[in-house]
Design a protein around this ligand. Structure first.
Ligand SMILES: [Zn+2]
Length: 360
């Protein structure tokens, strides 16, 4: 039984929202420092020092929250995988095999050995995600400090003269920062991500991996060797060849290919939404019709969501009332585009993905 996308989303958002909130808080602080610096140019050094302290304080808080949140989320995801595996087995158990299973459960002290597997897996997966996420903290701190110095130097050097022009120059740099995220990150495949997408991708992938690991570990522990990959009408091209197919967990089955082959060739790629469930030989496999164009539609929705978020961020860093109004008008424009798109495609609107966090 695959885990619903909704539950999964709520789970990874518990971590990725920390980063989305943090980005907005950092940008808002930067904006305030720039505004103050324009009002009191003689206090520039003091303002910069204050900004630096506050940035460090926020990153310090994040450094404390992240490991706790990650551990909790990964643990929960792994347990959801276990529960799903138990439901899978329950689904097909005949009274006779139930009795067998109960007998076996009594004979094998699996609560002890499985608890060990469980703890080790959660620790490893959570540890990996914590290092990926906390590695971004210093990079962001340095990037923001450098940006602030650039803005100050540029206006002080007289490259941009006059208060209005100075403000416009600072606004341009702030806008770039809001649009591109504080800094970009490169993943293992060399693809570049903005901070919010990068942390979301890393968390989402870890949550998916934990669920699947819990599921597979549990099936394995129950000596069940076959799994089926879930199927969606809008799979990514990487997963399309694998969905709805059966694989062997150990890779030793005479008839079915190893699951690792699918994983090595794209299945469970970053942001993949596929899951696995127990497969029992002879069980019929429901066919899901891949709707041509559905994947493109999903991409389009993600694109519109990014535009809404982009203009909300622009609103948050607006130095003037006019700039603020202009950004708000753009938010409304893209929200209208989203409404039309949803009506035309009959897709589900995801308001959570249109938010940029809550600056405090
Ligand atoms: Zn996938």
């Amino acid at each position: 039984m695959p885990i619903s996308g909704y539950d999964e989303q709520r789970l990874y958002e518990a971590v990725s929202n920390l980063y989305i909130d943090m980005q907005l808080r950092l940008l808002t602080l930067l904006k305030k420092a720039i505004q103050q610096g324009m009002r009191y140019p003689e206090r520039q050094i003091e303002i910069a020092a204050q900004l630096d302290r506050e940035l460090r304080r926020i990153m310090g808080e994040l450094g404390v929250f992240t490991p706790h949140a990650v551990y909790e989320v990964v643990q929960k995801a792994y347990e959801m995988g276990i529960e799903a595996a138990e439901a899978d087995v329950e689904r097909v158990r005949s009274p006779n095999s139930l009795k067998n299973a109960l007998n076996r459960a009594e004979q094998i002290p699996y609560s002890i050995s499985f608890t060990q597997i469980h703890t080790l897996a959660v620790e490893q997966l959570a540890g990996e995600l914590i290092s990926t996420l906390t590695a971004t903290h210093d990079i962001m701190l340095n990037a923001l400090g450098a940006k602030y110095r650039e803005i100050v130097t540029r206006s002080a050097m007289g490259v941009i003269t006059g208060v209005d022009n100075r403000r416009q120059g600072a606004q341009r740099l702030l806008n770039d920062l809001a649009d591109q995220g504080i800094t970009s990150f490169i993943d293992r495949s060399g693809r570049s991500w903005d901070m919010a997408s990068y942390t979301e991708m890393a968390t989402r992938s870890a949550v998916a991996r934990a669920q699947i690991k819990g599921h597979i570990d549990r099936l394995n522990h129950n000596e069940h060797g076959l799994v089926k990959v879930s199927a969606h009408p809008d799979p990514s091209p990487l997963c399309k060849p694998w969905q709805g197919k059966v694989f062997s967990i150990s890779g030793n089955h005479p008839k079915y290919r190893p699951l690792q082959v699918a994983i090595n060739n794209g299945l469970l790629h970053p942001n993949c939404r596929h899951s696995v469930s127990a497969y029992f030989e002879g069980e019929p496999i429901e066919q899901v019709d891949v709707r041509e164009g559905a994947y493109k539609e999903r991409q389009k929705q993600r694109y519109i969501e990014r535009q809404i978020r982009k203009w909300k961020q622009r609103e948050a860093v607006a130095l003037t009332v006019e700039e603020c109004k202009r950004a708000r008008a753009k938010v409304r424009e893209w929200q209208a585009i989203m409404r039309t798109f949803i009506k035309e495609t009959d897709r589900r609107r995801d308001y959570g993905r249109e938010q940029i966090g809550q600056a405090r």
